[in-house]
Ligand binder design. Structure first.
Ligand code: HEC
Length: 129
């Protein structure tokens, strides 16, 4: 009995060793994981998550809303990307009052580079395409 237990334990341990240790974003696809790692590095995740409001709106909701506006022809993907880049860089409020109670996002530039802001805006928009 004891020997069998040790054997199972050894099998479990070696099974775990075969894959990389689970990180905080191990459940997500590589593309989403990469975006979340950049967001983590850029200190966005103290206020944002994909699927629920933290202080700022859920990024899945942000993506769904603007992709719907693009599909309905109210705006273009390029316009939305530019608007989001500007908003992430300069901060601001007013677009998500019902979710945030009117909180503003502080400016993230120049702490976060323009290139990374562009990557983050595209990543967020791509979530619910
Ligand atoms: C201190 C909290 C805080 C931090 C840090 C923060 N945000 Fe925000 N974010 C907010 C709030 C609050 C809003 C809602 C603003 C509004 O109502 O227009 C928001 C809104 C947004 C939106 C939606 C913009 C819109 O007008 O629809 C995006 C996209 C976004 N944030 C991305 C980011 C990214 C990327 C970072 C990191 C570089 C970041 N946020 C860091 C609080 C934060």
């Amino acid at each position: 009995m004891k020997i069998r237990f040790v054997f199972i334990l050894a099998a479990l341990i070696s099974g775990c060793g075969a894959s990389s240790p689970p990180g905080p974003f191990s459940q997500d696809s590589p593309r989403v994981r990469e975006g979340l790692m950049l967001a983590e590095k850029s200190q966005c995740l103290s206020c944002h998550a994909l699927d629920h409001k933290v202080i700022g709106p859920a990024w899945n909701d942000v993506s769904a809303r603007y992709n719907q506006a693009i599909r309905s022809g109210k705006t273009s993907e390029q316009q939305v990307e530019q608007m989001l880049e500007k908003k992430i860089a300069m901060g601001g409020k007013g677009n998500w009052i019902w979710a945030t109670g009117g909180m503003s996002m502080p400016p993230n530039a120049p702490r976060v580079s323009a290139e990374n802001i562009r990557k983050l805006a595209r990543f967020i928009l791509s979530l619910r395409k």
